[in-house]
Design a protein around this ligand. Structure first.
Ligand code: PLP
Length: 397
């Protein structure tokens, strides 16, 4: 039967990593996949993760199954981290949090839940969005549509058109938003804009779904919850898909969470039963190690503080590289104003490079960038920024 199977296209971003690995050029630069790298180009294990892993290794309790939604400690820690001092939701016990394999797992559980419980719902996503968003919902059989987001002229948010589109969304549909550090554009709404987005969804009766994969990479661990807070009103519903791949550097441990906030506890219990059903027929129950690391860090005041410092260090390094890249582009005479790169938040910069220019950078300069022109700023280091800026200036001229 396998004879009849045709080859699937390679994943655009992961395929780029393969091409980078195969390139013999010693000066090659990989700015594709969204993984943090330090100044030496390494993706380090955080000190807090090492400390937590040592504690866990010394006290291995059991490797029996976890509950379908993971451990209660993890759910509590995740809710505390994202709701912070605004604790009406955890206090009123109207949210269920399921530990999922990564943020992707959270999105897939959410997609299955939507398909199984709101058969007619469409999920609306920003144009552009993370390439895997439409794929995950399509795999679950959920229809998707887009709303305007990026304004090419200003390299900013096309807020007017975005709001106009959101106002036309039918009641009962779902609107996917990036909680902070929008991937791929790096452009986030302001506090006032978040308030207006939340008000609009409330008015049309659409369910907000927040993808929260970069908490701490924008302004700060607490500050980055500002968008999410706009949707946290008593009695209002919300879904949050969290990922701890980036902010804990736990990429391969697959640590994420799907949190369903219902209007009240009664409704939450029914939702929880459906979330469990979706998980049971997918991966049955989650892996434990990564979540135990997160809980160990977040429950220990000293480790928690140290972790916030580590997140700040990653954030500051990325922002430092933004500034340096803009300086170097000017130095090498790149045509245009690149100040917008400094305003973008998170790991990515939507550089404005065209697919042709991206192709030339790959073929002629061994610089690997996603076709959309999205640059992983965390892949820039003090030792490759000059060559990068010069090469970008060359293809832009
Ligand atoms: N959502 C967005 C916007 C992302 O960029 C990513 C990862 O790149 C994810 C979700 C999923 O992350 P994870 O690796 O935890 O599945």
């Amino acid at each position: 039967m396998f004879e009849s199977v045709s080859a699937a296209p390679p994943d655009a971003i992961l395929g780029l990593t393969d091409a980078y690995k195969a390139d013999p050029n010693p000066e090659k630069i990989n700015l594709g996949v969204g993984v943090y790298q330090d100044e030496q180009g390494r993706t380090p294990v955080l000190g807090t993760v090492r400390a937590a892993a040592a504690r866990l290794a010394a006290d291995l309790a059991s490797k029996s199954y976890l509950p379908i939604t993971g451990s209660a400690d993890y759910a509590e820690a995740v809710q505390k981290l994202m709701f912070g001092d605004q604790d009406e939701i955890p206090r009123s016990r109207r949210a269920v949090t399921a530990h999922t394999p990564g943020g992707t797992g959270a999105l897939r559980v959410t997609a299955d839940f939507i398909r199984q419980n709101f058969a007619d719902a469409t999920v609306w996503m920003s144009q552009p969005t993370w390439a895997n968003h439409p794929a995950v919902f399509a795999a679950a059989g959920v229809p998707t549509k887009t709303y305007p987001y990026f304004d090419k002229a200003s390299n900013g948010l096309n807020f007017e058109e975005m709001i106009a589109a959101l106002k036309k969304i039918p009641e009962g549909d779902v609107v996917l938003l990036h909680g902070c550090c929008h991937n791929p554009t790096g452009i986030d709404p302001t506090a006032e804009q978040w308030a207006e987005i939340a008000k609009t969804l409330r008015t049309v009766g659409a369910l907000p779904l927040i993808d929260f994969a970069y908490q701490g990479f924008g302004e700060g661990v607490k500050e980055d919850t500002a968008g999410l807070q706009a949707f946290c009103r008593p009695g209002e519903e919300l879904i949050v898909c969290s990922s701890f791949s980036k902010n804990f550097g736990l990429y391969r441990e697959r640590v994420g969470a799907a949190t369903f906030v219902a209007a009240d506890q009664d409704s939450m219990l029914r939702v929880a039963s459906q979330v469990k059903r979706a998980i049971r027929s997918n991966y049955s129950n989650p892996p434990s190690h990564g979540a135990e690391l997160v809980v160990t860090i977040l429950q220990d005041a000293k480790l928690r503080k140290q972790w916030e410092g580590e997140v700040a260090e990653m954030r500051d390094r990325i922002n430092g590289m933004r500034t340096l890249l803009v300086e170097k582009l000017a130095e090498h005479g790149a045509p245009g104003d690149f100040e917008f790169i400094k305003r973008q938040k998170g790991m990515f910069s939507f550089s404005g490079l065209t697919p042709d220019q991206v192709e030339r950078l790959k073929n002629d300069y061994a610089i690997y960038i996603v076709g959309s022109g999205r640059i992983n700023v965390a892949g820039i280091t003090p030792s490759n920024v000059d060559r990068l800026a010069k090469s970008m200036a060359d293809v832009l001229k």
